[in-house]
Design a protein around this ligand. Structure first.
Ligand SMILES: Cc1ncc(COP(=O)(O)O)c(C=O)c1O
Length: 280
């Protein structure tokens, strides 16, 4: 079921009706999926790592051939939308789309509730299945870019569900581990956490970056590189990371059950503390 947003604002215009149409039918962002977006978590009314997400929005816009987003106006739009939303724990989406003449590019800030399936999934752990996704070898498939053309990512998630899992882990044709459709992937070998290198064309996850910094405090080393799927499947523990799902334990990969949650639990606590989340 689609849950409608709580509040929305258009950059340079201010608050708008969150369920009114905000994009013209001939805007390429709608018509051809050529627009950039960001999804971030809001804790206690404050968006977590907003500046870093605005930087990534700019990088995605460059790759998509869009003009630079107006970060100031997007920041303001996020602020007014958040002030209007009736919750301080939320998901904030920022869109940057080419728009139509004479207005030109359009920035939109959308505030939604945190999906209620996440905490039960965290308690259970997610089952992953590996699916091929050869984006790394084809730069025209926009590696590392967060564009609204996410239909293939959603299709991968649906295929994973069709195969009896909860989500996918995407691997290149040679079996190199990449990322999830909307997450980065991690695993633990002893006291070392491994995650694929950004050079593989995966998205530079903001949560991935934060966990990288928090891992040492939690007593883990981090190693990035190019790893075969067998290495992930043989790991003692696997988890995913994303702004919305935070640190999500994995209960099974390709049918192999994983019981350990120690690193995922420690990093989830550390992440929420770093984000200023109120867990009292
Ligand atoms: C393909 C992909 N990888 C990784 C991530 C995780 O990124 P972040 O931690 O910035 O949410 C996302 C988030 O949407 C994603 O779409």
């Amino acid at each position: 079921m689609t849950v409608r947003p709580l509040a929305a604002a258009v950059a340079g215009q201010g608050l708008v009706d969150p369920i009114a149409p905000l994009v013209a039918a001939d805007d390429e962002g709608f018509a051809r999926g050529r627009a950039a977006f960001e999804t971030l978590r809001v804790y206690g009314g404050t968006p977590f790592r907003l500046e870093e997400h605005l930087d990534r929005l700019r990088a995605s816009s460059v790759r998509l051939g869009l003009p630079d987003p107006d970060s100031g106006e997007l920041r303001d739009a996020a602020q007014v939308a958040l002030a209007c939303a009736a919750t301080k724990e939320a998901v904030l989406r920022l869109y940057w789309t080419p728009g139509v003449p004479p207005e030109g590019p359009r920035g939109i800030a959308l505030v939604s509730a945190v999906p209620d399936w996440i905490e039960p999934a965290r308690a259970r752990g997610q089952r992953l299945v590996s699916l091929a996704y050869p984006r790394r070898s084809a730069p025209w498939l926009l590696p590392g870019t967060k564009s609204v053309s996410y239909a293939t990512h959603i299709a991968a998630e649906s295929e994973a569900k069709r195969r009896g899992a909860d989500d996918a882990v995407l691997v290149d044709l040679d079996g190199t581990v990449l990322e999830g459709p909307v997450t980065n992937i991690w695993w633990r070998e002893g006291r070392t956490l491994l995650t694929p290198s950004l050079e593989l064309g995966i998205l530079a996850g903001e949560t991935r970056a934060v966990l990288h910094d928090l891992a040492a405090e939690a007593g883990y080393d981090v190693e990035t590189g190019t790893y075969p799927l067998e290495r992930l499947v043989a790991a003692g523990e696997v988890f995913t990371s994303s702004s919305v799902r935070e640190v999500m334990p994995v209960a099974a990969v390709d049918g192999r059950t994983l019981a350990s949650r120690e690193a995922a639990a420690a990093l989830q606590t550390a992440l929420r503390r770093a984000a200023g989340a109120d867990d009292s």
